[in-house]
Write a protein that binds this ligand. Structure first.
Ligand SMILES: O=P(O)(O)OC[C@H]1O[C@H](OP(=O)(O)OP(=O)(O)O)[C@H](O)[C@@H]1O
Ligand SMILES: Nc1ncnc2[nH]cnc12
Length: 236
């Protein structure tokens, strides 16, 4: 890790600690993190930065668990199992915290493109693309105006409805590595369509990631299509 990467990791750890501190006293934060309350005070107030190893532990281990907890507190599941996740996907600052934790805690190779499906996956994809310093692309259910060439993926859903997603052909080059993400995965049909687009583009899958898995079916279905890691931050 070079000096800039170390500094970035240390600052990310401070961001995670500040988020946790919003709902905790320093003693409670000390209990959550296993770090001394005095040190935490100095980190949160920006007087001192955590060392690299501490920062890594905060971002990778504690960060993943803490953000999963924060995500669960923000979503609401109705009687039929449908999820209202607007408090997560409308909050770009929250997603900006999620991105480094996801990138460090899951085993994805650094992608060239982060791909999602319009609409609700876009803010997560934007945060991840910004973290990796890569492009962000989203497939849509209608053709973007003025674009001439598209990659199309069509599937008949369990409901019987035929769904087509369109991505401008120029969005992914052959041989590029693509991280497929979405806010939510339930049946896995949307991820299947996105993986189909990656395949048509002759690109490689770096991984599949969703903030929320509603049940295990979608994750299993996506795993049948790729050897790359497939995971979610939380399952409801
Ligand atoms: O695993 P699946 O069963 O395919 O479900 C997951 C998809 O459903 C939701 O999108 P939706 O199609 O409702 O579109 P939206 O993002 O515009 O709300 C969600 O954002 C995922 O893309
Ligand atoms: N919000 C949602 N909750 C659960 N399953 C879904 N499938 C598509 N959107 C969904």
């Amino acid at each position: 890790m070079n000096r800039a990467e170390k500094a970035a990791l240390q600052l990310r750890a401070v961001d995670v600690l500040r988020m946790l501190k919003e709902t905790r006293t320093y003693d409670e934060l000390a209990e959550t993190t296993g770090l001394p309350a005095g040190d935490l005070n100095r980190y949160v107030n920006g007087h001192v930065l955590p060392g690299t190893e501490r920062a890594r532990e905060v971002v990778e281990d504690l960060g993943r668990e803490a953000l999963a907890g924060e995500l669960e507190a923000r979503i609401r599941v109705d009687d039929e199992g449908y999820v209202d996740n607007s408090a997560a996907v409308f909050d770009q600052s929250f997603l900006d915290l999620v991105a480094p934790v996801v990138a460090n805690a899951f085993d994805f190779d650094r992608p060239d493109v982060v791909l999602t499906a319009a609409t609700d996956g876009i803010t997560l994809a934007a945060s991840l693309a910004s973290y990796y310093g890569t492009r962000c692309a989203y497939a849509k259910k209608s053709k973007e105006t003025a674009v001439e060439e598209f990659i199309e993926a069509r599937e008949r859903l369990q409901s019987g409805i035929e769904l087509t997603y369109y991505l401008p052909e120029s969005a992914i080059d052959a041989g590029e590595s693509v991280l497929v993400v979405d806010d939510l995965i339930r049946s896995g049909e949307t991820q299947e369509l996105l993986l189909d687009i990656v395949d048509t583009a002759d690109a490689d899958v770096a991984g599949v990631f969703a903030l929320i898995a509603a049940g295990e079916d979608g994750i299993q279905r996506a795993r049948n299509h790729t050897d790359a890691p497939v995971d979610a931050l939380t399952t409801v």
